[in-house]
Write a protein that binds this ligand. Sequence first.
Ligand code: KG4
Ligand code: ZN
Length: 339
Amino acid sequence: MKILAIESSCDDTASAIVEDGREVLSSVIASQVPEHILYGGVVPEIASRRHCESVSGVVKKALEEAKLSLDDIDAIACTYAPGLIGALLVGVNFAKGLSYSKKLPLIPVHHLRSHIASNYITHIQLEPPFLALVVSGGHTHLINVRSYTDYEIIGRTRDDAAGEALDKAARTLGLPYPGGLNMDRVCKDGDADAYKFPFPKVSGSELDFSFSGLKTAVINLVHNLNQKGENIDIENIGASYMKCVVNCLCDRTMRAIDKTGINNLVLAGGVSANSVLRREMTRLADEKGIELYFPELKYCGDNAAMVGSQAYYEYKNGSIASLKLNATAALDIDKNLTM
Ligand code: KG4
Ligand code: ZN
C-alpha cells in the first residue's frame, strides 16, 4: 500500500510516499529556517503563508522522486494534531482536496505518533511494545507504546519541553534559531562540568520532567555575567546546560525502565538528534542491557516519511477521516480522533 503523506505542523512543509509503513519511496522537505532565523523563532503567521506557497510543489516533487503519479497512490495522510493551527490547516486542507479529487481514503495522523514511527522506517524490524521518550520543541513525554495505535503517557513535562528549554537557552547565549541544533553544533565539545545547574525536582511523580527552572538559571547566569562585564563562555555554558537537560531526560527514562520492566527503548522527536543525548542514552543502555533505538538523523526533525509510516498502521486500525476532518492545536497522543 502506497501512502502519500503531508506534514505541516510547524515550520517544515514536507511530503513523502511510503510503502506498507516501512519503505520510504521519497521524502521531500521545504524548510523555512532561513526566514524564521530573522526573528529568532517560528512566527506562526509566516509559517502558514509559506506552507500555502510550498505545499503543492513539495507534493509534486515527492511524486516525481518516487517516479509515481497520483493514480499509483492508495491513500492520502496528513498531520492533523498537535501543532500550530494555521500551519496544520494548510496540510489538512490540501490532503482533503487530494483525497476528494482522487477518491482516496484520508488518514489523519497525530504528530507525536509519527515521530515515534520515524523509528519504524529506520529500524524495519522494530515493533511495539516498547517505551518511548518523545522529545521535541513542544513536547517531552515518556510513553508506553503498547501497540502501533495504543499509547499510555507515563511521564510528561510539567512546564517547558526539552526542545523549548534548549532553544531559549541558545537564544540567551546568542546562538541562532533553531537553538537546540546550533547549541549541539557549537557546544558539544565544551567542558560540561564548567558550570553547575540545579537538577530539577518534580514533586508527585518520579517520571515527570520540569525544565523551566533550568531555563531561568541559564538566563540569570548570562545576565549576571553581562552585568559584571565578564566574558560569556558560550561553549562551556552550553555544554554544561546540555549535560543537565540530558541528565534529567536520562534519569526519568531509566526510572521508567525500572518501574515498567520494559526493556526496549525508543527515542523520537527533534531533540533525539542531540549528540549528547544519543551518547549518554547509548552508554546507559549498554550498562543496563537495554535495546535502544533512535531515528536516522534525517528523520529526527519534522518530515513526512514518518507520517506515511504511522498512517499505514492507523489505516489498518480503521482510522479513516471524512472530509469534515479539522486540525487540532492540542491533543494528547493517547486520544483518538472522533470523526
Ligand atoms: O520534532 P521537532 O523537529 O519539531 C517539533 O515537533 O517541535 O523538534 C524541534 C526541536 C527544536 O527545539 C530544536 O531546537 C530541537 O528539536 N533540535 C535539537 C537538535 N536538533 C533539533 N535539539 C538538540 N540537539 C539537536 N541536535
Ligand atoms: Zn515534531
